[in-house]
Ligand binder design. Structure first.
Ligand SMILES: CC(C)(COP(=O)(O)OP(=O)(O)OC[C@H]1O[C@@H](n2cnc3c(N)ncnc32)[C@H](O)[C@@H]1OP(=O)(O)O)[C@@H](O)C(=O)NCCC(=O)NCCS
Length: 180
Protein backbone atom coordinates (compact mmCIF):
# COMPACT_ATOMS: atom_id res chain seq x y z
CA UNK A 1 0.00 0.00 0.00
CA UNK A 2 1.55 3.29 -1.03
CA UNK A 3 1.80 6.35 1.18
CA UNK A 4 1.17 9.54 -0.76
CA UNK A 5 2.12 13.08 0.16
CA UNK A 6 1.02 16.56 -0.89
CA UNK A 7 2.12 19.96 0.36
CA UNK A 8 -0.10 19.78 3.45
CA UNK A 9 -1.23 16.18 3.61
CA UNK A 10 -0.07 12.66 4.28
CA UNK A 11 -2.27 9.96 2.72
CA UNK A 12 -1.68 6.64 4.45
CA UNK A 13 -3.63 3.40 5.02
CA UNK A 14 -6.37 3.60 7.67
CA UNK A 15 -5.47 1.93 10.96
CA UNK A 16 -7.02 1.13 14.34
CA UNK A 17 -5.87 4.49 15.70
CA UNK A 18 -8.35 6.21 13.35
CA UNK A 19 -11.45 4.52 14.80
CA UNK A 20 -12.44 7.18 17.33
CA UNK A 21 -11.93 10.05 14.87
CA UNK A 22 -13.84 8.28 12.08
CA UNK A 23 -16.67 7.58 14.53
CA UNK A 24 -16.82 11.18 15.71
CA UNK A 25 -16.67 12.84 12.30
CA UNK A 26 -18.96 10.47 10.35
CA UNK A 27 -21.26 10.50 13.39
CA UNK A 28 -22.19 14.02 12.27
CA UNK A 29 -25.31 13.64 10.11
CA UNK A 30 -24.09 16.42 7.80
CA UNK A 31 -21.21 14.14 6.81
CA UNK A 32 -23.08 10.81 6.80
CA UNK A 33 -26.04 12.04 4.72
CA UNK A 34 -23.70 12.84 1.81
CA UNK A 35 -22.13 9.37 1.76
CA UNK A 36 -23.71 6.31 0.12
CA UNK A 37 -23.11 3.63 2.71
CA UNK A 38 -22.53 5.27 6.12
CA UNK A 39 -25.31 4.52 8.62
CA UNK A 40 -26.67 7.07 11.08
CA UNK A 41 -26.14 6.93 13.98
CA UNK A 42 -22.57 5.81 13.35
CA UNK A 43 -20.83 3.68 15.99
CA UNK A 44 -17.27 2.55 16.68
CA UNK A 45 -18.13 -0.91 15.32
CA UNK A 46 -19.07 0.73 12.01
CA UNK A 47 -15.67 2.40 11.85
CA UNK A 48 -13.89 -0.87 12.72
CA UNK A 49 -15.88 -2.73 10.04
CA UNK A 50 -15.06 0.02 7.53
CA UNK A 51 -11.32 -0.30 8.21
CA UNK A 52 -11.51 -4.12 7.88
CA UNK A 53 -13.47 -3.82 4.62
CA UNK A 54 -10.89 -1.43 3.20
CA UNK A 55 -8.05 -3.81 4.16
CA UNK A 56 -9.87 -6.71 2.47
CA UNK A 57 -10.43 -4.66 -0.68
CA UNK A 58 -6.76 -3.75 -0.76
CA UNK A 59 -5.73 -7.41 -0.36
CA UNK A 60 -7.99 -8.40 -3.27
CA UNK A 61 -6.82 -5.49 -5.45
CA UNK A 62 -10.34 -4.05 -5.34
CA UNK A 63 -9.60 -0.71 -3.72
CA UNK A 64 -7.24 1.79 -2.14
CA UNK A 65 -8.41 3.77 0.85
CA UNK A 66 -6.26 6.52 2.35
CA UNK A 67 -6.60 8.31 5.66
CA UNK A 68 -6.07 12.05 5.18
CA UNK A 69 -3.67 13.33 7.81
CA UNK A 70 -2.61 16.98 8.19
CA UNK A 71 1.18 16.99 8.28
CA UNK A 72 1.45 20.14 10.39
CA UNK A 73 -0.08 18.50 13.49
CA UNK A 74 -0.58 14.84 12.50
CA UNK A 75 -4.36 15.21 12.82
CA UNK A 76 -6.62 12.69 11.07
CA UNK A 77 -9.20 14.58 8.99
CA UNK A 78 -11.02 12.03 6.81
CA UNK A 79 -10.62 9.50 4.03
CA UNK A 80 -10.16 9.52 0.28
CA UNK A 81 -10.05 6.42 -1.86
CA UNK A 82 -10.69 4.40 -4.97
CA UNK A 83 -13.13 1.50 -5.30
CA UNK A 84 -12.07 -0.76 -8.15
CA UNK A 85 -14.82 -3.36 -7.95
CA UNK A 86 -16.91 -4.26 -11.03
CA UNK A 87 -14.14 -3.28 -13.42
CA UNK A 88 -14.59 0.46 -12.86
CA UNK A 89 -12.73 2.95 -10.71
CA UNK A 90 -14.79 5.12 -8.33
CA UNK A 91 -13.42 8.07 -6.35
CA UNK A 92 -14.84 8.84 -2.90
CA UNK A 93 -13.87 11.18 -0.05
CA UNK A 94 -15.07 12.79 3.14
CA UNK A 95 -13.68 15.13 5.80
CA UNK A 96 -14.77 15.97 9.33
CA UNK A 97 -16.74 19.21 9.42
CA UNK A 98 -14.05 21.33 11.19
CA UNK A 99 -11.79 20.74 8.18
CA UNK A 100 -14.21 21.84 5.44
CA UNK A 101 -13.61 24.91 3.30
CA UNK A 102 -9.80 24.89 3.32
CA UNK A 103 -9.12 23.07 0.06
CA UNK A 104 -8.17 19.80 1.75
CA UNK A 105 -10.62 17.56 -0.16
CA UNK A 106 -9.45 18.90 -3.51
CA UNK A 107 -5.79 18.52 -2.51
CA UNK A 108 -6.31 14.91 -1.36
CA UNK A 109 -8.51 13.89 -4.29
CA UNK A 110 -6.08 15.40 -6.81
CA UNK A 111 -3.27 13.25 -5.40
CA UNK A 112 -5.41 10.10 -5.34
CA UNK A 113 -6.51 10.73 -8.93
CA UNK A 114 -2.90 11.16 -9.96
CA UNK A 115 -2.22 7.78 -8.33
CA UNK A 116 -5.17 6.25 -10.25
CA UNK A 117 -4.08 7.60 -13.62
CA UNK A 118 -0.32 7.20 -13.35
CA UNK A 119 0.26 4.24 -11.02
CA UNK A 120 -2.88 2.16 -11.61
CA UNK A 121 -3.07 3.23 -15.28
CA UNK A 122 -6.81 3.91 -15.03
CA UNK A 123 -8.23 5.52 -18.17
CA UNK A 124 -11.14 7.10 -16.34
CA UNK A 125 -12.51 7.47 -12.84
CA UNK A 126 -16.15 8.09 -11.93
CA UNK A 127 -17.76 9.71 -8.93
CA UNK A 128 -21.25 10.55 -7.77
CA UNK A 129 -22.46 13.52 -5.72
CA UNK A 130 -25.93 14.06 -4.31
CA UNK A 131 -27.87 16.99 -5.79
CA UNK A 132 -27.94 18.83 -2.45
CA UNK A 133 -24.17 18.61 -1.86
CA UNK A 134 -22.76 21.34 -4.14
CA UNK A 135 -19.43 21.49 -2.27
CA UNK A 136 -18.61 18.00 -3.54
CA UNK A 137 -19.74 18.97 -7.03
CA UNK A 138 -17.36 21.91 -6.88
CA UNK A 139 -14.44 19.69 -5.74
CA UNK A 140 -15.01 17.46 -8.76
CA UNK A 141 -15.44 20.43 -11.09
CA UNK A 142 -12.08 21.83 -9.93
CA UNK A 143 -10.51 18.46 -10.78
CA UNK A 144 -11.90 18.55 -14.33
CA UNK A 145 -14.93 16.24 -14.00
CA UNK A 146 -17.48 15.95 -16.82
CA UNK A 147 -21.16 15.41 -16.06
CA UNK A 148 -22.49 12.13 -17.48
CA UNK A 149 -25.99 12.17 -16.05
CA UNK A 150 -28.17 11.65 -13.03
CA UNK A 151 -29.35 8.54 -11.27
CA UNK A 152 -30.94 7.81 -7.91
CA UNK A 153 -28.44 6.36 -5.43
CA UNK A 154 -29.12 5.13 -1.95
CA UNK A 155 -27.98 7.09 1.08
CA UNK A 156 -28.07 4.66 4.00
CA UNK A 157 -28.02 7.52 6.53
CA UNK A 158 -31.06 9.17 4.93
CA UNK A 159 -32.77 5.82 4.42
CA UNK A 160 -33.82 6.47 0.84
CA UNK A 161 -32.53 7.08 -2.68
CA UNK A 162 -31.33 10.56 -3.56
CA UNK A 163 -30.82 12.17 -6.99
CA UNK A 164 -27.13 11.87 -7.74
CA UNK A 165 -24.91 13.54 -10.34
CA UNK A 166 -22.64 11.00 -12.04
CA UNK A 167 -19.37 12.47 -13.33
CA UNK A 168 -16.29 11.14 -15.09
CA UNK A 169 -12.70 12.26 -14.84
CA UNK A 170 -10.39 11.20 -17.66
CA UNK A 171 -6.62 11.06 -17.64
CA UNK A 172 -6.46 13.51 -20.56
CA UNK A 173 -8.71 16.10 -18.93
CA UNK A 174 -6.93 15.70 -15.58
CA UNK A 175 -3.59 16.33 -17.32
CA UNK A 176 -4.95 19.46 -19.00
CA UNK A 177 -6.24 20.81 -15.66
CA UNK A 178 -2.86 20.23 -14.02
CA UNK A 179 -1.04 21.99 -16.83
CA UNK A 180 -3.39 25.02 -16.73
C1 LIG B 1 -17.61 17.67 0.15
C2 LIG B 1 -16.38 17.86 1.04
C3 LIG B 1 -15.49 16.63 0.91
C4 LIG B 1 -15.63 19.12 0.58
O1 LIG B 1 -14.44 19.22 1.34
P1 LIG B 1 -13.61 20.60 1.40
O2 LIG B 1 -12.25 20.30 1.91
O3 LIG B 1 -14.42 21.63 2.08
O4 LIG B 1 -13.52 20.94 -0.17
P2 LIG B 1 -12.57 22.06 -0.82
O5 LIG B 1 -12.30 23.13 0.20
O6 LIG B 1 -11.41 21.38 -1.45
O7 LIG B 1 -13.50 22.62 -1.98
C5 LIG B 1 -14.85 22.93 -1.71
C6 LIG B 1 -15.37 23.87 -2.78
O8 LIG B 1 -16.81 23.88 -2.69
C7 LIG B 1 -17.23 25.23 -2.53
N1 LIG B 1 -18.46 25.19 -1.77
C8 LIG B 1 -18.60 24.97 -0.44
N2 LIG B 1 -19.90 25.04 -0.12
C9 LIG B 1 -20.58 25.28 -1.27
C10 LIG B 1 -21.95 25.46 -1.59
N3 LIG B 1 -22.91 25.36 -0.66
N4 LIG B 1 -22.28 25.69 -2.89
C11 LIG B 1 -21.33 25.77 -3.84
N5 LIG B 1 -20.01 25.60 -3.60
C12 LIG B 1 -19.66 25.38 -2.32
C13 LIG B 1 -16.07 25.92 -1.85
O9 LIG B 1 -16.16 27.32 -2.00
C14 LIG B 1 -14.90 25.30 -2.60
O10 LIG B 1 -14.77 25.83 -3.90
P3 LIG B 1 -13.68 26.99 -4.24
O11 LIG B 1 -12.32 26.41 -3.94
O12 LIG B 1 -13.90 27.29 -5.67
O13 LIG B 1 -13.98 28.16 -3.33
C15 LIG B 1 -16.79 18.04 2.54
O14 LIG B 1 -17.73 19.06 2.63
C16 LIG B 1 -17.37 16.76 3.13
O15 LIG B 1 -16.64 15.91 3.59
N6 LIG B 1 -18.72 16.64 3.12
C17 LIG B 1 -19.38 15.47 3.69
C18 LIG B 1 -19.03 14.18 2.96
C19 LIG B 1 -19.14 14.33 1.45
O16 LIG B 1 -19.92 15.10 0.95
N7 LIG B 1 -18.32 13.55 0.73
C20 LIG B 1 -18.37 13.55 -0.71
C21 LIG B 1 -19.40 12.61 -1.19
S1 LIG B 1 -19.63 12.73 -2.96
Amino acid sequence: MPRLETGRLLLRPPDAGDVSSITAWIGDYDVAKNLASAPHPYREDDAKAFIERMAERLAKGEGYCFSIVRKADNVFMGNCGLNLSEGRCELGYWLGKPFWGQGYATEAARKVLSFAFHDLKAESVWAGWFHDNPASGRVLEKLGARLDGFEPRTSVARGHAVACHIVTLTRAQFGRKRAA
